[in-house]
Design a protein around this ligand. Structure first.
Ligand code: SF4
Length: 342
């Protein structure tokens, strides 16, 4: 069993059921999730019989850095990690004025089929375990000698298509005996799986919710995000209002700006009427070029027009700063390139 894939309660059960005192599970948890130790023999405050038991019966789910790409323009670093089974996943380290951030993947590939996204090119291979989501954060910390203080689950994969593992990942990374990250520092981004939005609202886990919206009407959204056929845009916005009511948290709508696709004045007008009276933020993202998608980035004039129109109509709006442009890679691109080169 992978010990780093267990939350505190599960670890306690295993340790006490095997005749060791409960406090030992807290020590083990601390070694793994606070000290980032992945070698049992280094856990020097554990007695020999417990160490023998751990070595014989358990293991740690490890990943290794396969490649790291360093931006020469800023401090962004993109990582490819190799998992136990040989699969490769992608994560990004971003340095902001407010601290150190990691963008992590939740699945190997993705089943959602968004037209502008490289991650979905070969479909979904499998879900990531909680330990593999944690591993991305821990390996970046160890590699750079820093402490990550915000996480966005916005890399490859649809996190709500891997809900249980996502929930366990959050439970572990916010645990006081471990990294103790504030839930307010975690953002989960979904392409709009409405039942999971209601579930997350009712469970009141409290993470920041981001929606990949990318269009202001149903017809356009269906073309960009196939899952929109199942989950209509007006129902999606309704579910986000519910999320805000239940959690008190403002929802962010991500809007990738694509030249002559979703960046006209009419698009801006439709977006304003869709989001009127919502407590939200719209994040405009200049499109990253993806070989598989013929769309191009909106001009800076269109982005400015869109931004100003939203602002004028009292919608909170930002334009995402493009970090790591020289190691150009919308999520999934580096992984695809590297798989092709293998
Ligand atoms: S944008 Fe997100 S949900 Fe859509 S295919 Fe890419 S990884 Fe999946």
């Amino acid at each position: 069993m992978y010990l780093n894939n267990l939350d505190m309660k599960e670890l306690q059960e295993i340790i006490t059921q095997n005749g060791f005192p409960k406090f030992r599970s807290e020590q083990i948890f601390r070694w793994i999730h606070k000290n980032l130790e992945d070698n049992f023999t280094q856990m020097h405050n554990l007695p020999k019989d417990l160490l023998d038991y751990l070595k014989n019966k358990h293991t740690i789910d490890k990943m290794t850095i396969y490649k790291r790409f360093n931006s020469t323009e800023d401090e962004t670093k993109k990582y490819l990690f190799r998992l136990n089974d040989g699969n490769i996943i992608e994560s990004v380290y971003l340095k902001y004025h407010f601290g150190e951030s990691a963008c992590i993947s939740s699945q190997v590939g993705c089943a959602m089929g968004c037209s502008f996204c490289a991650s979905t090119k070969n479909g979904k291979l499998r879900d990531l375990r909680a330990s593999e989501m944690l591993g991305q954060v821990y390996e970046i910390q160890k590699d750079l000698g820093i402490s990550i203080n915000s996480i966005v689950v916005m890399g490859s994969g649809e996190p709500f298509d891997n809900y249980e593992n996502l929930k366990k990942f959050i439970e572990i990374i916010t645990s006081p005996e471990g990294k103790n990250l504030s839930i307010r520092k975690i953002t989960v981004s979904t392409c709009g799986l409405i039942p999971s939005i209601y579930r997350a609202a009712d469970e009141n886990i409290g993470f920041h919710l981001a929606i990949s919206l990318h269009a202001a009407n149903q017809t356009k959204r269906e073309k960009l995000i196939p899952v929109a056929k199942k989950y209509p845009i007006t129902d999606l916005v309704k579910s986000c209002r519910y999320y805000t009511e239940k959690t008190g948290r403002r929802v962010t709508y991500e809007y990738v700006m694509i030249h002559h696709v979703n960046d006209s004045l009419q698009d801006a007008e439709e977006l304003v009427s869709l989001l009127r009276n919502s407590i939200c933020l719209v994040n405009l993202i200049p499109l990253n070029h993806v070989t598989e998608f013929e769309g191009t980035q909106s001009t800076s004039q269109s982005i400015a027009m869109f931004y100003n129109y939203l602002k004028k109509n009292k919608i909170n709006v930002t334009i995402r700063r493009e970090l790591g442009k020289d190691i150009n890679a919308a999520c999934g691109q580096l992984r695809n390139q590297s798989m092709e080169n293998q």
